[in-house]
Design a protein around this ligand. Structure first.
Ligand SMILES: [Zn+2]
Length: 251
């Protein structure tokens, strides 16, 4: 629509009377940037599609972090709170992928890692196909003739792997499932902020929107004592306490 998603969402919130700025970058870069470093980050709401990005947001060590997502099962929410030291954080809860996203995409499409590291929005070139794994070149040629971009080729290859065909109507995301995940995120965020003593769920997985909460499961992942959240616990708590004092003095 000619505007970045970050910019557009910021404008929607501003129209609602909230003072909002926006950053358009990878989480790790934003966290190192001056805008975020000057903030006393108390609350983080994640709506991400990548494990590494989720792990990176944890390094802001907010008092409350609520992470929403959709997965092969349905909609899910995970919470990390500094006042619940036995709960896994996003770093010990989401394990690092054994192989990079590019390696997984290369295995599925046959495209070289150099092609996959470049702009995914462009169409496939003859050079991309020549550099690809030989057994997948005929299939890639077909994708090129269909006018598919690198991004669309990856989606098609991943859909083929799970026995689905995009042309037959498969769509990778159902908006109402994502909306349910957002609802779970806001529910847990409000509980963590305003009803701190109420029973809270660390990880809730909902399977069917049609059956409702009965198809859900409350899960618990214990902290990994080798994780930064455990090893640097006292420093993290000190930073959070200083943040609290800063907020008090600003009032
Ligand atoms: Zn951890």
């Amino acid at each position: 629509m000619g505007t970045s998603k970050a910019q557009r969402l910021a404008q929607v919130l501003r129209d609602g009377g909230v003072n909002v700025s926006f950053e358009q970058s990878a989480i790790a870069d934003a966290a190192r940037g001056s805008a975020l470093r000057t903030m006393a980050t108390e609350l983080v709401l994640n709506a991400l599609d990548d494990v590494e990005a989720r792990r990176d947001t944890q390094l802001l060590w907010p008092s409350v972090l609520v992470d929403g997502g959709i997965n092969a099962v349905g909609a899910a929410v995970r919470v990390h709170r500094l006042d619940r030291p036995r709960w896994a954080c996003m770093r010990c809860g989401f394990k690092q992928a054994a192989s990079s996203a590019i390696a997984v995409q290369s295995a599925a499409t046959g495209l070289s890692e150099a092609t996959l590291a470049a702009d995914h929005g462009r169409g496939l070139t003859d050079g991309d196909i020549a550099a690809a794994r030989p057994e997948l070149r005929p299939w890639l040629k077909e994708q090129q003739q269909l006018g598919r971009t690198v991004c669309a080729t990856i989606a098609e290859a991943q859909a083929r792997r799970v026995g689905m065909n995009l042309a037959a109507g498969f769509r990778p995301s159902a908006p109402f499932v994502a909306a349910m995940s957002a609802t779970l995120v806001m529910t847990e965020a409000l509980k963590s902020l305003y009803f701190k003593q109420a029973q809270t769920t660390q990880h809730f997985q909902l399977e069917s929107m049609f059956i409702g909460p009965k198809s859900g499961a409350a899960l618990r992942t214990s902290v990994d004592t080798r994780c930064e959240c455990s090893v640097y616990r006292s420093q993290i708590e000190k930073v959070a306490a200083d943040r609290g004092k800063l907020a008090q003095s600003a009032r």
